[in-house]
Ligand binder design. Structure first.
Ligand code: CP
Ligand code: NVA
Length: 304
């Protein structure tokens, strides 16, 4: 694997390789051991054209722990923010850096960065997908449930970047997947087709109780993503009732996990009481961003 641009580029073997490396690096860190400095002398440029707490800090800390140097690049400070093209920016960065993590709007910008820089590129979120987050989510499910086979994953809310990557990642892992979104907010067409290719292991509904029935893990995310702030009021109306709360958890399996990529809008997509009851799982998920990120950099950026 040279780059991580989307979830659907991964084979099942590649997915499990990343999760295994992440688990090994996590165990090593928990045991107080130092990692091999596999990225010694390397620089990762981190372009952010949207806000971030977890992605920025986990990549920055992870890169440093692997012996490399993380270079934070705010989209507004780069000439990119004044209209310089991705194609030219990529050709410049290809001469300075050893890899790039980018958080931006258009998926095509991530693809162009890979095409024109020649560097390993890691997608830190676009409007289309959020593969790094879903790797951390799967690592958390694996730790809490001991594996994936026979489990039912469920997603409630907007058919957004998280939904697109969760459908692919959960099905690839071996779990079945059901989601509930309003009719007008389904995941994108080809991701729906990807899901449908898994036959009765995949289902979509507008009914949250149908989707959550006998679920082993429920995922949710905000109703309005970054860049959609202007639609917040319309979305509040469209998503009314798409809330993970105690009543919904009542139809799920006993010991059903709850996952939220964060930040959360408590009282909208998730009730505060269930958020707090499942805080351990949700903050394990946040912690696992660090371990998953290190695994992705470990596998994409090394030169041997
Ligand atoms: N979940 C996630 O990507 O968090 P940040 O937006 O804080 O990076
Ligand atoms: N769907 C959210 C995820 C944030 C991590 C967004 O894109 O804003």
């Amino acid at each position: 694997m040279k780059s991580l641009l989307t979830m659907e580029q991964l084979s099942k073997n590649e997915l499990f390789d990343i999760l295994n490396v992440a688990s090994e690096l996590k165990s090593e860190q928990k045991a107080g051991k130092k990692h091999e400095k596999r990225l010694d002398g390397m620089t990762l440029g981190m372009i952010f054209q949207k806000s971030s707490t977890r992605t920025r800090v986990s990549f920055e800390v992870g890169m440093q722990q692997l012996g490399g140097y993380p270079l934070f690049l705010s989209g507004n400070d780069l000439q990119l923010g004044r209209g310089e093209s991705i194609k030219d920016t990529a050709r410049v960065f290809g001469r300075y850096l050893d890899g790039i993590m980018i958080r931006t709007f258009k998926q095509s910008d991530v693809e162009d960065l890979a095409k024109y820089s020649g560097l390993p590129i890691i997608n830190g979120l676009t409007d289309y997908c959020h593969p790094c987050q879903v790797l951390a989510d799967l690592l958390t499910v694996k730790e809490h449930k001991g594996g994936f086979d026979g489990l039912k994953a469920c997603y409630i809310g907007d058919g957004n970047n998280m939904a697109n990557s969760l459908i692919v990642g959960c099905l690839l892992s071996g779990m079945s997947f059901s989601l509930a979104t309003p009719e007008a907010y389904k995941p994108c067409e080809h991701i729906m087709r990807f899901g449908e290719s898994y036959g009765d292991k995949f289902s979509w509904s507008t009914d949250i109780f149908e989707a959550a029935d006998k679920a082993d893990v429920i995922f949710t995310d905000v109703w309005a993503s970054m860049g959609q702030e202007g639609e917040a009021e319309i979305r509040k109306k469209a998503f009314a009732g798409y809330c993970v709360d105690r009543k919904l958890l009542g139809v799920a399996n006993k010991n059903c996990m709850l996952q939220h990529c964060l930040p959360a809008h408590k009282g909208e997509e998730i009730a505060e009481d269930v958020f707090e009851e499942h805080a351990n799982e949700i903050f394990d998920e946040a912690e696992n961003r660090l371990h998953a990120q290190k695994a992705v950099m470990w596998l994409c950026m090394h030169k041997d």
